[in-house]
Design a binder for this molecule. Structure first.
Ligand code: SF4
Length: 357
């Protein structure tokens, strides 16, 4: 059990973020928001995948005008993602979104920020102060100043978020969530760790611009996973250049790998070595198929030999270890029985069905 960092709690529609709330999974649409039909369709697909809060880009007035209709036809909280334009932020709040995300690096004017904060306060909705590494690097003309400043990127990100936080609080506004995303997972981890020491805002975790699935998966697992393992983080969004649903699936996989939220069995299997005499990937496929619809967070082992398999998978609730012609079924490392290969899957399924700890 991971001890969570103590934070304040913020409500986003029917979902709460922070303190003792479950760590929620967020998604973002990739449609043009003004295309209402396509955006709603994508939100429904995300909902089916388990997305609990959805964010849409609001880059134009047409997108802002679409929010009301979108909100009316979906059942999860809607977040408007705003860059540069206070007007669009105000339009989104007026349209009834459940939260807005602004980046204090590109809406810098205190007067503009104040208008947004007061409007959010009136509607009783939270604001995410969403800092990205790119928006805090000092520039000379169009050129980013690197070297010394880059070393302190995490510090600059935290300063930017906390400065905005202090200003919002001076306006008697406390419903704040913070994110500190960078494409580099190490910078991301540093920034959140530092901010965790300095504030009690709930954190929205993510590694930004993480790339296509193959690139994003390790970066997100490292960046988001390391923080969650330390108890830092209250809501998660994985970024992938690819389908939105995949972002949600991977977010759940990260939570499951840490034992934070697991709503299906976990498969433990060996990498296979010269002792293996069966087609293990095929057997794993069959076991997975037989587990479809199983919601218990069981640890199920499928191992490649009977000599070492049960011992190597001692933490599994139930497992099979296979060799030519037969296999053994084991429970928490103890062998229950030996079963002929042709009956192995059926007998294993029966054991799984009657397993009760
Ligand atoms: Fe090799 Fe057996 Fe270990 Fe699998 S369980 S890696 S086959 S020794």
């Amino acid at each position: 059990m991971i001890a969570r960092r103590k934070t304040r709690k913020v409500r986003v529609g029917a979902v709460s973020i922070g303190r003792d709330s479950p760590i929620s999974v967020q998604g973002m649409t990739k449609t043009h928001t003004e295309n209402i039909k396509a955006t709603i369709r994508q939100i429904k697909e995300l909902e089916e995948e388990g997305c609990e809060i959805v964010r849409v880009a609001v880059p134009t007035k047409a997108a802002a005008r679409a929010l009301k209709k979108i909100k009316a036809q979906i059942s999860i909280p809607l977040v408007a993602d705003i860059h540069y334009s206070p007007t669009l932020a105000l339009m989104a709040i007026e349209a009834g979104v459940d939260k807005i995300r602004i980046n204090p690096g590109n809406i810098r004017q205190p007067k503009a920020q104040e208008k947004i904060v007061l409007a959010a306060k009136e509607r009783n909705i939270p604001i995410r102060i969403g800092v990205n590494s790119g928006s805090v690097l000092p520039r000379r003309g169009l050129k980013v100043i690197r070297a010394a400043e880059e070393q302190n990127l995490a510090v600059l990100m935290v300063e930017s978020a906390l400065k905005a936080g202090r200003f919002f609080e001076s306006l008697d506004f406390a419903d704040i969530v913070v994110s500190l995303k960078a494409p580099d997972p190490i910078v991301t981890i540093r920034a959140y760790r530092l901010a965790a020491m300095k504030c009690d805002y709930p954190f929205h975790l993510g590694v930004s611009a993480a790339g296509p699935v193959k690139e994003s998966l390790p970066k997100s697992a490292v960046g988001i996973g390391a923080l969650l393992a330390e108890g830092i983080g209250d809501t998660v969004r994985v970024s992938i250049t690819g389908p939105s649903q995949e972002e949600v699936r991977i977010a759940y996989d990260i939570l499951a790998a840490l034992g934070i939220r697991r709503e299906s069995p976990e498969i433990i299997s060996c990498p296979v070595c010269g002792r293996c005499e069966v087609d293990l990937p095929k057997i794993i496929g069959e076991v997975k198929e037989s587990l479809a619809g199983e919601k218990r967070p069981l640890k199920i082992a499928v191992m490649g030999c009977v000599v070492n398999g049960p011992g190597e998978a001692v933490e599994a609730d139930l497992g099979i270890a296979c060799t030519k012609g037969y296999g053994v079924i084991f429970k928490k490392g103890e062998i229950l029985r030996k079963v002929r290969q042709e009956n192995l899957l059926e007998e294993f399924t029966k054991e799984i069905d009657k397993f009760n700890g």
